[in-house]
Design a protein. Sequence first.
Length: 66
Amino acid sequence: MSSVAIRPKGKSRMSKQTHRAELERRHHVLELEIYEAQKHPSCDDLEIIELKRRKLLVKDEIARLL
């Protein structure tokens, strides 16, 4: 037998407001990671590009929630 949790109809795991707050927190963490990475001259440019790409994806997801 499967152990799948069944939620009542109309109930989401995370409220829209909570989800947005979590996305904004992740966006801020990525901003800090980018800032820290750019401070170090030995940082790989590809790493910074990947961080910026992830930050943009989070920003796009925030915009979809509005």
